[in-house]
Design a protein around this ligand. Sequence first.
Ligand code: HEM
Length: 395
Amino acid sequence: MAEYSPFDQDIVHNPFPAYRALRDEAPVYHNEQVGFWALSRYDDVVAAHLDTDVFSSTEGVTIEGIDRGMPFLIVKDPPEHTWHRKIATRMFTPRRIAALEPFVRTTAARLLDQVADADEFDLVEHFSFRLPLDVISELIGIPGSERERIHRLSDRLVARDEGLTVSDDAALASMELAQIFSDLVSDRRRNPGDDVITMLMNTEVEDDNGNVRSLDDNELASRFLELAFAGHETVAKLIPNGVIALSWYPDQRRELVADPGLMANAVEEMLRWDPPSHYQGRWTTRDVEMRGTVIPEGQRVILITASAVHDERKYPDPELFDIHRDIDRHVSFGLGRHLCLGPSLARLETIVAFEELLKRFPDFTFDETGVERAYSSNVRGLAKLPLRIECYGRV
Ligand code: HEM
C-alpha cells in the first residue's frame, strides 16, 4: 500500500515515485501518524482548490501549520481574503510587470557577467536567488542593503526541523523579518514617495458588504513580507530545477539555444516537471466525501499539485521533460481564489534568466557531488548547484 511522509529523506530527494503510488493506490490518502490527508490526482487537486468553502486555508498551507494565524493573504478565507487580495492585485498590473523587463534583463546579465570567467560557479548563490530578489525588491522598494539579509532570513523561515514542531530559529527569523518590513512601512509613512508601498497605503477598496477598506501599517508590513518571500524563494528554486532538466536533456537545450522563441513553452514545462511549490495545505470545514472515502471535518489535507501535474491521466509520459509539450492548464501556480499573484512576473524572470544563461553558456554541465537540497516545508528545490561552464561552453 502507498506510503507518503514528507519527512522521509528518500521522498525529500525524489517524491515522484511516491506520488505515483498515491495516485494509483491511495488517491485519498490518510497518514494517521503525522496527521494529514493527501490528494494527488489532477482532478481531485483541482476540485479541492476550487472548493474554498470546504477546503479552508486559515489553519495554514503547510503540513506543520507554521503559518497558521499569520497575517498573510495566503492563509485567509473569504470574505477577508477577497478585499485583501483586491488591494494586493493593484501591484501586479500587466503594465507594471512589462515595465520591469529591462530591469530583469540587465540584472540577469550583470549577475552572469560577474561569473563569466569562472570554470564553475554556484548557480543558487550567484544567480538564481539574487535575480528574483533584486526584482521583487525593485518592485516593492526594498533597499539594496537589506536584500541579502531578507534572503537569509527567508531561508531560515522555511527550513524544516524534524517532525511537526516549528523550530525556534524559524520563529526568530520570522520576527526579524517582520521588524524589517515594519520599519520600512513606518519610514514610508513619514516619507511618502512615488512607490508601491505609498500607493498601497493610499489604496481603498470595497469589501463584499460594500464597506470601504484599506490596510493598516501592520497589515501592509505583513503583505510586503509575504510578497518578498513568495516573490523570490519560488523562482530561486525554479531556475536550478530547469537547469537540471536542460542538463539531462541536452538535445532540448541545443534546440533552445538555436531557437529562443521556444523558451516560453520550455518554462511552462519546467513549472510542470519539478515545480517549486509541491503541495498546498488546507483544513476541512465539514465532512467531505472523495472517491468513496469520507474526510472528516477539521482535518489537514494537502493538495499535491506536483503530483497533479505528473498525473498520467492528464499528461502522457509525465516524467519526461519535453519543451514541446502542449500544456493547456497546469496547477503549479495553484488556482481559484488563491491562484498565485506572481505568475507573469515569475514567467518573465525565468524566461529572461534562461535566455541570458544560454546566450553565455550554451553547453553547461553540473557537478553532481556538489548539489545540495534545501530542506524546507512546502517549497522544494536546491540550496547549491555547482554549474560547470568550461571553455567549450562559452560563446
Ligand atoms: C515559479 C514561481 C512561483 C510559483 C511556482 C508559485 C506558486 C504559488 C502557489 C502554488 C500558490 C497557491 C497557494 C495556495 O493555494 O495555498 C501561490 C500563491 C501566492 N503566490 Fe506564488 N508562486 C510563484 C511566484 C510568485 C511570485 C513571483 C510572487 C510575487 C511577486 C508570488 C506571490 C504569491 C502570493 C501573494 C500568493 C497568495 C495568493 C492568495 O492567497 O491569494 N508568487 N503561489
